[in-house]
Write a protein that binds this ligand. Structure first.
Ligand SMILES: Cc1ncc(COP(=O)(O)O)c(C=O)c1O
Length: 401
């Protein structure tokens, strides 16, 4: 007899939305396909040789210790590296004891959901927001309460309205080069947002995987710096070094440390010891700032190439963001375009983007597309945008006809 697994599934697993990007992965991996859909860093900059040397070094020196179980919060020296870096970069008030090493910032999001969210709890979230966060939080059945985003960050008026109306005690935001929009919060907005968090006693999960990928403008301290006792700040080595190593961190206010540590322990005991040591060794033996300069220069060029191609090929009514960092452009298309048809036409042209709806927790009326510029060569970026313009033209013809 064949078991019908539908009857076995937990409500939790059923509630996690699928990912458009994973669904189309097979298609976009064909040789002649150009994908502007994924959120992948450029593998050209993965420091393979340096990492191999670091790995060999730590295995030779400390193999037996590192292949043993380790501490839940992570390798003390790596936690110290993280605290020192962000104290030095932003003057942030961070001590190593507050840092918990996680399997990428994605795990930090899941842990945050585990610590804070009961079914039905209101959760304020940017509109649009990162799909992976929507997936992670959905496991805990929050009531998503979207807050408008403006060109310089979260809408303070809408934040206040939603906070009052929903009674939410948790807000998830991405103040640097947001995924999907590329938008960053201005310094003034961060300061005022901290005031509102204080006023409404809302705790913020500040997701910051892209902060180090700033290619223009001045670095702006995180919201954490304004309100360290009320912000859980998360970071990642994914975009600085490599996402495959799955390593990130959470910076947690003291009273919450016990709960985050226990959640992490329950989930996987601790992150990979050997890799934590290799990352630390890599950071000790190499100049990470020099490495970041290389990545930033290349991504800036790739963004410029994409914007230039859009200017050449797209109809002028399509609005596009111009971020100072990160990996994405966000385009607003004219209303009336059917996005499903556009996806089909794009597949015919062998190019892909992510339709905006994936990033909203409720149906939205405007049409958006997210375009990734970090993981394609300049030639493919230009050709991809040209192909996309053909697909758009076809859909517009359908609408007109
Ligand atoms: C906003 C945001 N948060 C978190 C993540 C997850 O990153 P990590 O590789 O650190 O788990 C991503 C990945 O793209 C992201 O865009």
């Amino acid at each position: 007899m064949q078991i019908n697994y539908d009857d076995y599934l937990s409500d939790r697993s059923r509630n996690i939305p699928g990912s458009f990007i994973r669904e189309i992965l097979n298609l976009t991996q064909q040789d002649d396909f150009i994908s502007l859909a994924g959120g992948l860093p450029n593998p050209q900059f993965f420091p393979v040789d340096e990492f191999q040397a670091a790995m060999q070094n730590v295995l030779c020196q400390n193999g037996k210790r590192l292949m043993q179980y380790g501490v839940t919060q992570g390798l003390p020296e790596l936690r110290e590296w993280v605290a020192n870096r962000y104290r030095n970069l932003y003057g942030a008030n961070i001590v190593p004891e507050q840092i918990i090493i996680t399997n990428g910032s994605q795990q930090g999001l899941f842990l945050s959901g585990n610590v804070f969210i009961n079914a039905g709890d209101p959760l304020m979230i940017e509109k649009p927001s990162y799909l992976g966060a929507i997936q992670a939080f959905s496991s805990f059945f929050p009531k998503f309460c979207p807050v408008d985003l403006e060109a310089d960050g979260i809408s303070l008026a809408d934040f206040e309205r939603v906070a009052k109306h929903s009674g939410a005690r948790l807000f998830y935001g991405i103040p640097n080069f947001q995924n999907p929009s590329g938008i960053s919060y201005s310094l003034e907005k961060r300061d005022k947002l901290a005031g509102l968090l204080r006023k409404y006693e809302v705790v913020m999960i500040e997701d910051d995987p892209y902060g180090e990928i700033r290619f223009s403008g001045e670095p702006v301290p995180p919201v954490y710096s304004h309100l360290p006792k009320q912000v859980i700040w998360s970071g990642s080595f994914s975009k600085m070094i490599s996402p495959g190593i799955r390593m990130g961190w959470l910076c947690v206010p003291n009273p919450l440390l016990k709960y985050f540590t226990r959640s992490k322990e329950a989930m996987d005991l601790h992150s990979n010891n050997l890799l934590q040591a290799a990352i630390l060794q890599f950071l000790t033996d190499n100049d990470i700032d020099e490495h970041l300069v290389t990545i930033r220069k290349a991504y800036f060029q790739q963004k410029e190439t994409m914007r230039a191609a859009i200017e050449t090929y797209f109809p002028p009514e399509i609005k596009i963001t111009n971020p100072d960092g990160g990996m994405f452009l966000w385009a607003e298309l004219p209303e009336g375009i059917d996005m499903q048809t556009l996806v089909e036409k794009a597949i015919q042209e062998k190019v892909m983007f992510v339709p905006g709806q994936s990033f909203f927790t409720e149906p939205n009326t405007k049409n958006y597309m997210r375009l990734n510029f970090s993981n394609a060569s300049p030639e493919n970026i230009t050709e991809g945008i040209r192909r996309l313009s053909v697909a758009i033209e076809r859909v517009v013809q359908v609408v007109a006809g």
